[in-house]
Design a protein around this ligand. Sequence first.
Ligand code: PLP
Length: 407
Amino acid sequence: MNQNLTTDRQTFVTHLECSITGEQYEADQLHGLSRAGRPLLVRYDLDAVRSSVSRDTIEARPTDLWRWRELLPVRHTANIVSLGEIETPLVPLTKSGGPNVLVKDEGRLPTGSFKARGLVMAVAMAKELGVTKIAMPTNGNAGAALAAYATRCGIETIVFCPDDTPEINVREIAMQGARVWRVNGLIDDCGAIVGKGAAEGRWFDFSTLKEPYRIEGKKTMGLELAAQFGWKLPDAIFYPTGGGTGLIGMWKAFDELEKLGWIGSERPKMFAVQASGCAPIVRAFEAGEEHAERWEDASTVAAGIRVPKAVGDFLILRAVRESGGQALAVGDPAILKAVDAAAKQDGLLLCPEGGATLAAYHQALNTGLVDEDDKVVLFNCATGLKYPMPEAPQALDRTRPIDFDAL
Ligand SMILES: *Cc1c(COP(=O)(O)O)cnc(C)c1O
């Protein structure tokens, strides 16, 4: 058994807080959005954390997600349903990226995507708070992670996805014990169905940011980066942004780490990367708006970031602006070219969303937003193996003479 999970270590949650009004909510109770209809953020007694653990204590533990236990919301270890949430590696992308480009390869996590980080936490909290039935809208990976963790602890799940969700995602969701429905609409249309059922008391709504704990799971990406960079942070982070949970979570992680005195006040420039065919955050960023309007007729090969409307829009925009970063859009041809380059030149198979960050990095380099000396982290959020690849049709007839020179 994982050493980080063998002790019933104390946690330090004090309360939850509305991300827009600051209104406080009690911990240890089931919450969705705040009364203002905005995401709730989990707050901790960081002074107590500081006197309970140090950076050295953390570093002495096995390197997985659960080494951060004191900064996570689950009270009782028995409620954690783990599938082996490892610390993901930073892989240099020297040729297709550059000398200072690292890919945080989240495709190594259970269910093949970083949705595992958010869902392992949210499901543990659902279990802790007595939830027995969950519904969720998904573009694929979130539904797969939910299905895996919820099934493992006996929570019933119903998942709704756009009917053009990658086939492998729909099948893995079904295979891992959820009921999955293909809907003739986009993810927010699926979200409307989930919301209606939740309002009727049929299930608990697990939409992105509509329950408070996925952010806490995603926060571990920021915690991990700090430890992997020796308690400093990279100069820039490129994050493929749909609902933005990871970007918001990392920004929260950096804030908590600074309050603990474990890192300084320097921050990476945060780049929210979207596809040109669905770029509501980019449009709002460029217009100087605090919120982003729905993007009509959203379309891109990068299914995970095809999110026309995000409830945490203002949190994404705030983090990007405070960091001195930018929201960037890249077209599907640039995304596919980047995936191809990383695979053919560096042997790393990115998902399309990961390809988008590589394309955005080159765009930022060309326009002077970053330079070659900057230490840069690109997020590859799922294994490239989940996505369609170009055909490789060559076949050899072993019963005929073989032209070895032509192989
Ligand atoms: C969900 C997803 C994203 C977007 O993540 P958010 O935190 O919701 O913005 C990016 N890439 C992949 C592969 C995803 O599954």
